[in-house]
Write a protein that binds this ligand. Sequence first.
Ligand SMILES: CC(C)(COP(=O)(O)OP(=O)(O)OC[C@H]1O[C@@H](n2cnc3c(N)ncnc32)[C@H](O)[C@@H]1OP(=O)(O)O)[C@@H](O)C(=O)NCCC(=O)NCCS
Length: 184
Amino acid sequence: MTDLLRPWRAADLPALLDAVRAGDDLPRQLDLPPAPDDDAVAARLRSHLLRWERTAYVLAVTADDRPVGSVALTQVERTHGTAWVSYWTAPAARGRGLTTAAVATAARWALDVLGLERLELGHRVNNPASCRVATRAGFVAEGVERAKLRYDGVRYDVETHARLATDPVPELPTLLVEAPAATP
Ligand SMILES: CC(C)(COP(=O)(O)OP(=O)(O)OC[C@H]1O[C@@H](n2cnc3c(N)ncnc32)[C@H](O)[C@@H]1OP(=O)(O)O)[C@@H](O)C(=O)NCCC(=O)NCCS
């Protein structure tokens, strides 16, 4: 099986629909209503996942050429060399280390190719799997921001992590990155 990272494509909509239908935690992750219709998912693909611009680069994680997850670098800020990292994986592809390897690979790409120096992310404190992914991908926990996020009217504390260009590179499998040149 070949796993790689590449930009999302409009033709990925069927795979995205499958992922969103299979994972009841994915509509929230993609800022969609529960059980979104096809049009809503297609609109989100266009507005969020298809971004490949100076401030946002979103990478599909593919297994055997089918997208099964996503790692996004958003809020790319050139003055301070920072970006925000977020990720999700379809349920069928979870639990085999793919997300951890994908996040570590995307981080390396952002540090080396985009020339960023500090990558940040945050997870709800009740999401231990995401904490594990972040930690293993080299993102050091930095603290808890109280009641930072609101989902369905409930506010959640969020633990933030960051990986610096000078941090040790974790020993993990690396995915191939097939991406157009990105302007540093
Ligand atoms: C969080 C998510 C990305 C994890 O994806 P995944 O493919 O299972 O991740 P990996 O297989 O690379 O690693 C998961 C790690 O979490 C651990 N884990 C899983 N469930 C856990 C739990 N309940 N408590 C503690 N650790 C847990 C696994 O054992 C594994 O760690 P290990 O490699 O040391 O064994 C996935 O569940 C997801 O997409 N969730 C919905 C969206 C989301 O929460 N995104 C993150 C937002 S911050």
